[in-house]
Design a protein around this ligand. Structure first.
Ligand code: GUN
Length: 292
């Protein structure tokens, strides 16, 4: 069994980006600039956004963090999005989700200029991904594909089961892995809460991706001997042994599943860091698409 070390792989990608930034700086060219809007005080969202800003600092990208209170109006938020669309110094930006209930997330997403939508959530980018038109692919699925690529995992012709059909991970990943690309060319099955015989379907997977957000959902009896298992879960669970009182739990029962796998990604240190690295790649791409 080998670990799909997302932390290490993301560090390699960030090192490559750092070199690129250094090179650009020495040529007097523009440096990518990412902005992030964070609404409210959700612990998970704060951690994610801070990691994104920290990654920018590590590789030499410029970054701007914009924070609002939970009570911010939809109008104020939409006006900020419009201002960022117009701001020539910003190459790409994200609005961290989820947003408070009184704000329509889709309305916010639709207001983002697709050329600056480095999350790849705007319908234009979702459509571009579907049709193989250059654009932005959401960071988590892109990070998973990059992890499989960097570990040289054979995907062509393999049975891939994706558990979970979210707009951010499961659905786009199932589309990407079925494409005529490398990694890709998988026979993809998308499993969700209404699926029957989930265990039997998972058991048939050469590549099993768990993106349901239920800690320990994937157990050893659901996994084929020699399978590649990718764990996208990042649920905060209480843990009195930790000073902060919680830990991140994956969707896979790692201890019992790992011995059966050829490769498995851990939580933390698997998909999470790859998501951040992919966002950085998308930000660089946003700047390049502008011809800078
Ligand atoms: N919330 C959970 N994942 C994401 C993500 O990739 N981007 C944004 N903007 N919000 C999220």
């Amino acid at each position: 069994m080998k670990i799909l070390n997302g932390k290490e792989t993301a560090e390699t990608i960030k090192k490559e980006l750092r070199e690129l930034v250094k090179q650009r700086k020495s040529e007097g060219r523009k440096i990518p600039h990412l902005a992030a809007i964070l609404v409210g005080n959700d612990g998970g969202s704060i951690t994610y956004v801070n990691s994104k800003v920290k990654a920018c600092e590590e590789i030499g990208f410029e970054s701007t963090l914009i924070r609002y209170d939970d009570s911010v109006s939809e109008e104020v938020l939409l006006n900020k999005v419009k201002a960022l669309n117009e701001d020539k110094s910003i190459d790409g930006f994200i609005v961290q989700l989820p947003l408070p209930e009184h704000i329509d997330e889709m309305k916010v997403t639709l207001t983002i200029d697709p050329k600056k939508d480095v999350d790849g959530f705007h319908p234009i980018n979702v459509g571009n991904m579907m049709l193989n038109i250059p654009g932005f692919v959401p960071a988590t699925p892109a990070g998973i594909v990059e992890l499989l690529r960097r570990y040289d995992i054979e995907t062509s012709g393999k049975n891939c089961v994706v558990v979970g059909r979210s707009n951010i991970v499961g659905t786009p990943l199932s589309l990407l892995l079925g494409k005529n690309t490398n990694p890709g060319n998988c026979t993809v099955t998308l499993v969700h809460s209404r699926s029957e015989n989930i265990k039997d379907i998972c058991k048939n997977a050469d590549i099993l991706v768990a993106a349901v957000g239920i800690p320990g959902f994937i157990t050893a009896d659901m996994v084929k001997e020699g399978a590649v298992v990718v764990d996208v879960g990042t649920t905060r669970v209480d843990d009195a042994t930790r000073e902060r009182g919680w830990r991140l739990a994956g969707d896979v029962k790692f201890d019992e599943v790992a011995p059966k796998c050829s490769y498995i990604s851990p939580v933390p240190g698997g998909v999470g860091p790859m998501t951040i690295a992919s966002l950085m790649i998308n930000t660089l791409k946003a700047m390049e698409l502008k011809g800078k």
